[in-house]
Design a binder for this molecule. Structure first.
Ligand SMILES: NC(=O)c1ccc[n+]([C@@H]2O[C@H](COP(=O)([O-])OP(=O)(O)OC[C@H]3O[C@@H](n4cnc5c(N)ncnc54)[C@H](O)[C@@H]3O)[C@@H](O)[C@H]2O)c1
Length: 435
């Protein structure tokens, strides 16, 4: 079976590559010629562990190829997976224009039955809208089905997540299309991965419900950490004991500088907006957005309190990616902190093992360095923004030689307060006592 995957970002490229590794013939399409040229030259436009090797293997076996030519690829494929972006509009709704563009092209090029699989995260009701849009545009009476197949992979472990998911959700009103897509995922079914079959609407809701619940857990523990800061509690112990309750679970109870990335911010906002459009006020999603915005600003406030003023100070940010093992800086708390601190008159030095090139596209005025120690030169404060492994064992004696003032703000709680204070540093973190 030939499969077409439209969009070669984190979702499309990983999904297309892994499906080809299942033994299927996959053609990945992107309108961005530079990405396709890179892929055809053996380069990978994003950083994801294990992806480069997997692409090389399947290209060599002639099961995976890359093109900008969607029209020809549609003709050759039974299933068309759509994994293009659905960014946030200014009003907080999901921007579906990229999906509409792809569906219009499919409608214009389709000559026989197709299964159109929506992998992008889209608000409830989108499959129905797309069905009507394609039908209205078709010049001939051709049958097609729409399947909603939201993706749950995490950047940083995307290949592993795709190959070993907790579940696969497949939603459609067509039994034939459900059977075709279930067959594509058969290698996972053989590994006893639960396959959840639903309607399109339910599948669309499952994705937003899952992301909003994860964002809620992070926001809850962030608020708990803020309260710990005020009353002298230890959020680490609170989270550990909470997590021992199986009804709660221990995952996603790590406080920090607020969540970022390309998914949680826009998806929580889109859930609030789509609920509003159906006449429902989804209060929790709005509260999460507010708490997260305050948490990002909290980093600026705590830094200012530590230094007295940010004006004229040099601050070193260690980590720019929104989490470790990715080069993605979309909505990253580190970039928010950098922008705000520069507005307050601070100079920002930064180092990230992978994400500096992406950050350069997003923000101007940061001084970039090739390692953590040189980034700390003459700094009045070093802030650990992303818990990359290489920041877990910094040599504080060396930092002492480089820094102007000895202040460390560990937003991710990766260090032991006592030992850092004993080396002569002022140290603050998130919701844990430092004395
Ligand atoms: N990134 C994640 O971790 C993740 C996880 C689960 C779900 N999602 C969802 O998956 C979708 C894609 O996310 P992403 O992070 O992979 O996006 P991305 O921005 O990394 O990639 C999207 C790609 O689509 C391409 N594209 C846009 N319009 C096109 C068109 N008309 N024809 C061909 N290509 C086109 C772009 O050039 C780009 O390469 C989003 O809806 C996102 O919410 C993302």
């Amino acid at each position: 079976m030939n499969i077409c995957v439209v969009g070669t970002g984190y979702v499309g490229l990983v999904a297309g590559t892994c499906l080809s590794d299942f033994g299927m013939h996959v053609i990945c399409v992107d309108k961005d010629k530079s990405k396709i040229d890179m892929l055809n030259n053996g380069e990978v436009p994003i950083y994801e562990m294990g992806l480069k090797e997997l692409i090389a293997r399947n290209v060599k076996l002639e099961r995976l190829s890359f093109t900008t030519d969607l029209k020809t690829t549609i003709d050759r494929s039974l299933c068309i997976f759509i994994g293009v972006g659905t960014p946030e509009n200014e009003d907080g709704t999901a921007n579906l224009q990229y999906i509409f563009d792809v569906c219009d092209e499919i409608a214009d090029s389709m000559n026989d039955y197709k299964v159109i699989v929506i992998k992008s995260t889209v608000p409830v009701g989108t499959a129905k809208t797309l069905r009507e849009r394609i039908k209205a545009r078709l010049k001939k009476d051709i049958h097609f089905d729409i399947v909603s197949n939201p993706e749950f992979l995490r950047e940083g472990s995307a290949v592993n997540d795709f190959l070993r998911p907790d579940r696969v959700v497949i939603g459609s009103n067509s039994d034939k299309a459900l059977a075709i897509v279930r067959d594509i995922y058969r290698p996972l079914y053989l590994l006893e991965t639960p396959i959840v079959s639903t309607s399109n609407e339910t599948a669309e809701l499952i994705k937003y419900a899952s992301n909003t619940m994860l964002a809620l857990k992070i926001s809850f523990i962030n608020e708990m950490a803020n309260l710990c800061d005020k009353v002298g509690g230890d959020v680490y112990q609170v989270a550990t004991a909470m997590g021992m309750d199986k009804r709660i679970g221990s995952k996603f109870l790590h406080p920090g500088p607020g969540y970022g990335g390309s998914c949680f911010p826009k998806d929580v906002s889109a859930l609030a907006k789509v609920s509003e459009s159906y006449g429902y006020d989804f209060k929790i999603s709005k509260a999460i957005l507010e708490v997260n915005a305050l948490q990002k600003e909290n980093v600026v406030k705590k830094s200012e309190a530590m230094l007295g003023t940010l004006k004229g100070k040099t601050i070193c940010l260690l980590g720019l990616a929104f989490k470790p093992n990715t080069d993605d800086v979309r909505e990253a708390p580190a970039l928010y902190a950098a922008k705000r601190m520069m507005e307050e008159g601070a100079t920002i030095n930064a180092y990230d093992p992978i994400a500096m090139e992406e950050a350069k596209k997003d923000i101007e005025g940061i001084n970039y360095f090739n390692d953590a120690y040189s980034a700390c030169t003459n700094a009045d404060l070093v802030i650990i923004m992303t818990e990359w492994n290489e920041f877990r064992d910094l040599h504080f004696d060396r930092l002492k030689e480089e820094m102007r003032e000895l202040n460390v703000y560990d937003t991710r709680n990766i260090y032991n307060a006592k030992s850092i204070r004993e080396s002569g540093f002022n140290y603050i973190c998130t919701g844990r006592p430092v004395e």
